[in-house]
Design a protein around this ligand. Structure first.
Ligand code: HEC
Length: 299
């Protein structure tokens, strides 16, 4: 009799462990890494990228080529960083570290999508007036923008579709104008779903943002982001996003299902910089049991 009770107890414990694991964070050690690079883009905007006299890549873009189709090779990004750090391209002052690698991992289960970014944050990104002088100051901010299939050219252009010449901190632009996408609107599902982790100030904890970019950028309203967590070990940051697969576009949340390829871009602010003074990725895709630059592993 005693034996039976014990085995029932063990069975019960295993059972609850099993159901708990179904929703647990992934074992990241078993999730493949895709290394991408983020770089300081200077004042290159959507308009710049699409102007033939400035950027010969426009011809390829019109034909359907992606940014990384031309700019990414075996040894990472092929991009003229010297040019991008010069006065014409970065009038405020370029960061010393123009480019750095970020390891991206992704997994999903029946309910959630998990994304994890690992990188060494440069501490020399804020020359000139690129620093936030108002409180709170966040040493590091990490954002992922996931694009709806309705955003035109999102898979090709990544975040550039949301970056325009008239957006604040671009030369001569309105200091209040936030980033936006053309024809963006929640109702038609034409938006980027945007999640961000911000490191805390001394004594204060880190915070998270679940927003979107449609006709303008909105830093709230999202309900899909369950948590954004970050850890800093000697300057190496590991940031993990846990997000529900389901979401309502009226909240600025996209809904994802297996079989889908999701365009995304990454933006990282380091050294307390703000606005466009970030390092950004070109456009990549995330495959939920589907083709993608980053393949999300099913748990
Ligand atoms: C068809 C190939 C092609 C595509 C697609 C392409 N580019 Fe380029 N890009 C180039 C070439 C070639 C140059 C260098 C000469 C020039 O500016 O025309 C360049 C230059 C640049 C530069 C300036 C730094 C440098 O290396 O000269 C940036 C920034 C840039 N591209 C960003 C982008 C982004 C962002 C996208 C996607 C929205 C993109 N490119 C798509 C070919 C391409």
């Amino acid at each position: 009799m005693k034996k039976l009770t014990i085995s029932l107890a063990v069975f019960g414990a295993l059972f609850s462990l099993g159901s708990h694991l179904a929703h647990a964070a992934p074992d990241w050690g078993n999730v493949p890494k895709r290394d991408i690079q983020v770089f300081h883009p200077g004042v290159t905007s959507h308009e710049w990228v699409m102007k033939k006299s400035e950027h010969s890549g426009r011809t390829g873009l019109v034909k359907g080529e992606s940014c990384i189709g031309c700019h990414e090779g075996k040894n990472g990004l092929d991009i003229d960083l010297k040019k991008l750090s010069s006065k014409d391209w970065e009038p405020v002052g370029a960061p010393k570290t123009m480019i750095f690698p970020v390891s991206v991992q992704a997994a999903f289960d029946d309910d959630n999508l998990y994304m994890r970014l690992t990188f060494k944050a440069p501490a020399d990104s804020a020359p000139g007036a690129s620093r936030e002088d108002a409180s709170p100051m966040h040493e590091v901010k990490v954002a992922v923008m996931l694009a709806s299939p309705q955003v035109e050219h999102a898979a090709q252009q990544g975040c550039w579709a949301a970056c325009h010449n008239d957006v604040r901190s671009m030369p001569g632009a309105d200091p209040k104008k936030k980033k936006y996408i053309e024809h963006g609107e929640l109702a038609g599902g034409v938006f980027y779903d945007y999640m961000q982790w911000k490191s805390g100030e001394a004594g204060k904890g880190a915070t998270q943002v679940d927003g979107y970019v449609a006709g303008e950028r909105v830093n709230k309203g999202g309900k899909a982001l369950i948590k954004a967590e970050g850890e800093n070990r000697d300057g190496t940051y590991t940031v993990t996003f846990t997000r529900k697969l389901a979401g309502n576009s009226s909240d600025g949340d996209l809904s994802f299902t297996p079989g889908q390829t999701i365009p995304f871009g990454v933006a990282i602010h380091t050294d307390k910089t703000v606005w466009r003074f970030h390092h950004v990725s070109m456009g990549y895709t995330l495959g939920l049991r589907a083709p993608g630059d980053v393949k999300a592993i099913k748990q």
